[in-house]
Design a protein around this ligand. Structure first.
Ligand code: SF4
Length: 389
């Protein structure tokens, strides 16, 4: 049976493992890790066991930045994201650059605050929104392909091969006739901004009659209200960025050599036997990254149809879509947003919090208590009814 392989996810696994262990400056060839193997066929077993990120990698540790490292480096980019970003970093930035920075500095903090709220006030039945959203995503993913099984990898080249193989397998399943695939890992250096980005496309539909590709992002919400316009900015950016990354892969426009350099990966290094076996099972024949990349690009080039972008809003109560918004691709706007992001992260522009007219963003912000921007900018009502800024 044709196989696909998932090593990790953008916000789930990549954010929960220590990337220094995976793609470190001097990776040890002896380091063994587990990557996840999926089948693109639909599962028929309802008792699916979901493997948590911490189960997948033996150390399960989060990335931490020591004060010494912080002192040595200069910009947030160098300090916190020395080699790559996630698509979700850009989305968070469109909401509030200060909050995006806090989130990267404190991975898992927002989830923890939600947990505390749900435990501390059970009468209000506050449910951890992110957990429900994740569960909906996992259910939708497992409706189109089987749950992952682990494969042993040895060294960062093996792990990256699995990531690339996952992208290939899911795209290839579409080319072979499948109408829909979900959770497709993508990566690349779009728009010549010099930034490596990893992401995961929620859903790709392929109309085999017209060749048209529909790329969708699913946003789960705890009400059936349309998100406010500022929130939709991030959603629009997300699908546009996914389109750019996907097209760069299938059109062979990725600067592959540069990506390998950034990740300190050796293009000619031979994969382990276990990984080579999985590559052969997927229908390819490559024993090192350079060859694997060339084969993946050649095989996925068949996905050349027009790409339509959708954002789908799903109500968590019913788990049904209540609104779909089609997004017009605007490369100039995308470039502007991303350039702005890069300028903030390289300290060419100041990192700002939410403006006063969007102070409502701060009400539910998990970082409100530590945000000096909020304390300084948001007016407070005094007991006599006057306001202090
Ligand atoms: S409190 Fe407001 S300004 Fe501060 S990080 Fe949160 S949203 Fe941004």
């Amino acid at each position: 049976m044709e196989q696909s392989y998932l090593d990790d996810g953008e916000s789930e696994l990549f954010n929960n493992i220590d990337m220094e262990d995976l793609i470190g400056p001097e990776p040890s060839a002896a380091v063994e890790n587990l990557a996840l193997v999926l089948s693109p066929s639909v599962i028929d077993d309802p008792d699916v066991i979901i493997i948590s990120p911490s189960d997948i990698f033996s150390n399960g540790s989060r990335t931490t930045t020591s004060p010494r490292k912080l002192a040595q480096k200069k910009t947030p980019l160098e300090t916190l994201r020395p080699r790559y970003f996630f698509v979700s970093d850009f989305v968070a930035y469109t909401w509030c650059s200060q909050k995006a920075y806090f989130s990267i500095l404190n991975p898992g903090f927002e989830e923890m605050i939600q947990e505390i709220k749900s435990v501390s006030d059970p009468t209000k039945k506050i449910q951890p929104v992110m957990k429900i959203g994740t569960a909906i995503h996992v259910t939708r993913e497992l409706a189109v392909h089987a749950p992952p099984k682990p494969v042993k990898t040895c060294g960062p080249e093996d792990l990256f091969a699995i990531r690339l193989l996952n992208t290939f397998t899911l795209l290839h399943a579409l080319i072979l006739g499948k109408p829909v695939e979900r959770e497709i890992p993508v990566f690349g250096m779009p728009l010549d901004l010099g930034i490596l980005i990893f992401g995961k496309i929620d859903e790709i539909n392929l109309d085999h009659t017209t060749g048209m590709i529909t790329l969708s992002e699913t946003k789960t919400r705890n009400s059936e209200r349309e998100p406010r316009p500022p929130q939709q900015i991030g959603h629009r950016l997300q699908v546009m960025l996914y389109k750019r990354l996907l097209e760069d892969i299938i059109q062979g426009k990725m600067n592959w050599r540069l990506i390998l350099n950034i990740l300190h990966l050796k293009s000619e290094k031979k994969f382990s036997e276990a990984v080579q076996k999985e590559i052969i099972c997927s229908g390819l024949s490559a024993d090192h990254l350079d060859l694997l990349f060339r084969q993946v690009t050649a095989m996925t080039a068949a996905l050349s149809g027009e790409i339509v972008l959708n954002v789908e809003y799903v109500y968590q109560g019913t788990k049904k879509t209540f609104l779909t918004r089609t997004v017009e691709y605007d490369e100039e706007w995308l470039r502007e947003q991303m350039t702005d992001f890069v300028h903030v992260w390289t300290m060419r522009k100041p990192m700002l919090g939410a403006p006063v007219h969007e102070a409502w963003k701060c009400h539910d912000c998990s970082f409100g208590d530590i945000c000096e921007w909020k304390q300084a900018r948001i007016p407070r009502r005094n007991t006599d009814g006057t306001w202090t800024r």
